[in-house]
Design a protein around this ligand. Structure first.
Ligand code: LEU
Length: 875
């Protein structure tokens, strides 16, 4: 496969002003008639007379015409993924007719069928699977789309924009024509045809327009739309209030699709969602799912401005829309719920998974320099690190200047396809700040490491913090330059009070919270009038995506856990303490060594009802195995697993009565609500239950069984089921799993959860059990959600089994990747990821992982997607 480089970017030679599409949908395939109004791009200096269009093996070319005349065979060259038409005039109409077989499209790119309906996924390069086209985001055109299909089977026919015409045709067929007034890149094109129910609502915009909101779902999901609809309306209001952005079309549509490679897609006016990211009811979705749906609905809606109105020039700029939009949806979620909890969740994901990516063989900058297959670059780095980078600009500029910057960006670039650099420039121009060094965040990969040293000069009353930064080498990048890092700090006195941060002796009115700006390899900051040696609170609210090293004592961590006014750092101190305690036990059997400081701290959290319960619920989650592994050098996975289990067991035993009291205190009658308080209550209750069952507590067992049976919502039902699945109560486990399946077997979103709770359990998810799940009638190799909930969860969460001594977990993953490579390469390339980190693991494991990768590499006809990941990780 070919590598594509950012430095090779050239403006398109030909532009498309208008696209006229006619889709004829049949049972055995689809015919697509396309007429492109094209002209030479005045900004291109190319003298090339030939026109190049992208295509794909999924499309069969039936005919080609230029200005209405059929093209002779020698007038063009069809190389399947590229169509070259020789000698075209400066302005012309190109007619292309293609034939597709959506019913056989298992890649789920372009036009495909899912549960009987037709749908599309065009980002990044799916439009070329529908017809030949200059399929690149800087070619923006107006689309008109006519869809024809059997009226009884496909009463609903949707595309982007407004429906401008409809009517009946012969043979029981009908058509609808859609027109999108906004020029857009082909990746934002969408089409849906199916027998769907419609849910309607409306939204009154800030300028007084009424927008027609519609959700389309399969009839069995009709009752699962309310939450997404409410989330949509909240998002629309929020974007008006916080960013001044109003919706621009008269209709906004959301469609739920069962077979979908990703989460959701922001097609103009017609967002298409993976069912699991949009459908919810209290009985079928957990609190986590409710929150996720709210944030994904917001994310896709926000793309209408950050992505659609202003789009990407090329795919190297992907983070322009994704990083910024994740930042916008995080702000929204923080405003809707608890900002501290949201920050904790984002930082957890970043530190566990993005840091891992950024130190592995696929590490790449937020703006990559090259790729083979762009779908491999829909990564945590582009999305989450990209979000952090925008967040740091927000921190450096402050909310008001940031808003000025975003206003300028939207105004300056409306209707354009631009770069991350254009975004940064708008921020600079609006604020007057120089962000030239800051731009390195887009160019350099790798997680910066900050080493902090301190020194207290009692006589002078001066406290010095010295912060040194280093950025590790990553593939293709060495000797990196220091970056511009906003580093938020506070200092606490022995009584827990916040000390004023005087950067000079004359600094009156000093704040107790400051954002220090690091720009050099090492910086020393002096704080004056410090009466005693303080405890530093570093990188407050996780002000930058970096690792911080400071020799905290356990006493300092316990102190910060209860005194830091920064909620994030309170939580973080607890995490650091737990990590330290668990790590001390790795490879060391007895639990005598579990620090009583940790037990006491957790007891304090469990019993003090005056604390913010949402924060407490987070603080009671022990660091995950994945995070512990990420932190370790040559991790011994079974030993880490064992040590964590030991600590959990010790805490559960020592705190048994407090856990029971916490469980009871948080058991309250009342209507199910997804407020931060109610979510915290359920989370605390389910954590208490899980801990009790960890030690096979009899009372815990009885509580779990009764909670399972009486729960009126999925969070509590799943909480009880998970606790039982991970307990030693075999009978109850079997019985509840069976009952659960019987009750929900017709609901795919619930069945996915049922698969996942088993595949992720180190108690039950051994390989034989995983293979049984794959053989289960509800499992479906064509459905990405099912694959993720069994294979993905096994390799990503069931870490002791995945890293089994005999290498069987690795061979299992190898087998599944090889099998999926033909049918759905995008999913296969994602699943391979845990193996790519082979260099991190101790010799035997690393070798076994490498062998598995080599075997995948040697598969005949390996897809470009998997090729890129495997070759880069073996290099
Ligand atoms: N643009 C989508 C998103 O919002 C991703 C796409 C590849 C389905 O994340």
């Amino acid at each position: 496969p070919q590598t594509i480089y950012l430095k090779d970017y050239r403006v398109p030679v030909f532009l498309v002003d208008h696209v006229d599409l006619r889709f004829e949908l049949f049972e055995d395939g689809a015919r697509v008639h396309s007429v492109l109004s094209m002209r030479r791009n005045p900004d291109s200096d190319s003298a090339d007379k030939s026109l190049e269009l992208n295509g794909d093996a999924l499309t069969t070319l039936e005919s080609l015409s230029l200005d209405g005349r059929a093209l002779a065979e020698d007038a063009y060259e069809n190389r399947v993924d590229r169509l070259v038409i020789h000698d075209v005039p400066d302005r012309f109409e190109l007619g292309v007719v293609t034939w597709l077989e959506p019913q056989n499209n298992t890649r789920l790119e372009g036009l495909y069928q899912s549960s009987g309906m037709f749908c599309t996924q065009c980002e990044a390069e799916g439009f070329r699977c529908i017809t030949y086209f200059p399929d690149r985001p800087d070619v923006m055109a107006r689309f008109r789309t006519r869809i024809e299909a059997d009226k009884a089977s496909f009463p609903i026919l949707l595309s982007n924009g407004n429906d401008v015409d409809k009517g009946d045709l012969e043979n029981g067929r009908h058509f609808v024509t859609w027109e999108d007034p906004f020029p857009k890149p082909s990746y934002l094109f969408a089409l849906v045809a199916g027998d769907l129910v419609e849910k309607r609502d409306s939204f009154h915009t800030m300028s007084g327009r009424d927008i027609d909101l519609r959700m389309y779902v399969e009839p069995r999901n009709a009752e699962k739309c309310d939450h997404a609809m409410d989330s949509l309306k909240r998002s629309m209001r929020w974007d008006e209030e916080v960013y001044g952005r109003e919706y621009d079309l008269d209709i906004f549509m959301i469609v739920a699709v069962d077979d979908f490679n990703m989460g959701a897609m922001e097609n103009k006016g017609l967002n298409i969602f993976n069912s699991s990211c949009v459908l919810a009811s209290q009985e079928t979705a957990t609190d986590l799912a409710f929150q996720r749906i709210e944030s994904i609905v917001a994310h896709e809606y926000f793309h209408n401005w950050s992505g659609n109105r202003v789009t990407c020039r090329d795919w190297f700029q992907l983070s322009l829309k994704e990083g910024f939009t994740v930042f916008r949806d995080s702000q929204f979620s923080a405003d809707m719920g608890s900002p501290t909890v949201k920050r904790i969740e984002d930082a957890t994901m970043l530190r566990t998974a993005q840091f891992a990516e950024d130190s592995g063989p696929m590490a790449h900058p937020v703006r990559p320099e090259s790729y083979m297959e762009i779908t491999n670059f829909y990564t945590l780095t582009i999305y989450e690190k990209g979000c952090e980078v925008v967040g740091m600009i927000h921190t450096l500029l402050g909310p008001d200047m940031f808003r000025k910057g975003s206003d300028l960006y939207f105004e300056r670039h409306d209707g354009q396809a631009v770069t991350t650099d254009d975004f940064v420039r708008a921020m600079e121009d609006a604020s007057g700040r120089d962000l030239s060094q800051f731009r390195l965040w887009y160019e350099q990969a790798g997680t910066p490491e900050l080493t902090v040293q301190d020194e207290y000069d009692q006589a002078a009353g001066i406290y010095r913090l010295t912060i040194a930064q280093a950025i590790p080498d990553t593939p293709g990048q060495t000797n990196k330059k220091p970056q511009h890092i906003p580093f938020a700090v506070g200092l606490l006195g022995t009584g827990g009070e916040s000390l004023p941060l005087k950067l000079s002796a004359s600094d009156t009115d000093a704040p107790t919270d400051r954002v220090l700006e690091l720009t050099e390899v090492s910086h020393t900051f002096e704080f004056h009038d410090v009466p005693e040696r303080p405890v530093p609170s570093l990188l407050r609210n996780f002000s930058a995506p970096v690792r911080v090293y400071y020799p905290w004592t356990r006493d300092q961590l316990v102190f910060l856990m209860s005194h830091d006014p920064d909620g994030f750092n309170r939580w973080d101190a607890g995490q650091r303490l737990a990590v330290d305690v668990i790590n001390a036990l790795v490879g060391n059997a007895g639990s005598e060594a579990v620090d009583s400081g940790l037990t006491d701290a957790y007891r304090g959290l469990l019993t003090d009802a005056s604390l913010d319960q949402a924060l407490v619920a987070k603080m009671l989650q022990l660091p995950s195995e994945a995070y512990l592994i990420e932190l370790a050098d040559k991790p011994n996975v079974p030993a880490i697993h064992q040590a964590r289990e030991t600590v959990l067991g010790h805490l559960a035993t020592a705190l048994r009565d407090d856990l029971l009291a916490c469980y009871q205190r948080n058991t309250v009658e009342g209507r199910y609500e997804v407020t931060p308080e109610a979510v915290a209550r359920r989370s605390l209750r389910n954590t208490a239950l899980a801990w009790l069952l960890h030690t096979d507590d009899e009372e815990g067992r009885a509580l779990a069984v009764s909670q399972f049976e009486s729960a009126d919502n999925m969070t509590d039902r799943m909480g009880a089921l998970r606790a039982l699945v991970n307990s030693g109560y075999d009978q109850e486990r079997e019985r509840t799993l069976k009952a659960f399946y019987e009750q929900w077997k017709d609901d795919p979103q619930v069945v996915e959860q049922w698969f996942a709770v088993q595949a992720g359990s180190s108690r039950t998810g051994g390989l034989p059990a995983i293979r049984e799940l794959l053989a289960h009638p509800a499992f479906d190799w064509k459905n990405p959600n099912k694959i993720r909930s069994v294979v993905g969860v096994f390799a990503g969460q069931n870490l002791p089994a995945f890293h089994a001594e005999d290498g069987s977990g690795y061979r299992f993953l190898e087998e599944q990747v090889r099998r999926l490579d033909d049918s759905n390469p995008q999913i296969a390339a994602r699943l391979v990821s845990p193996l790519t980190r082979w260099r991190k693991f101790a010799p035997v494991h690393g070798e076994q992982m490498k062998t598995a990768l080599e075997s995948i590499r040697d598969k005949a006809g390996l897809s470009r997607d998997v090729y890129e990941v495997v070759h880069k990780s073996l290099a």
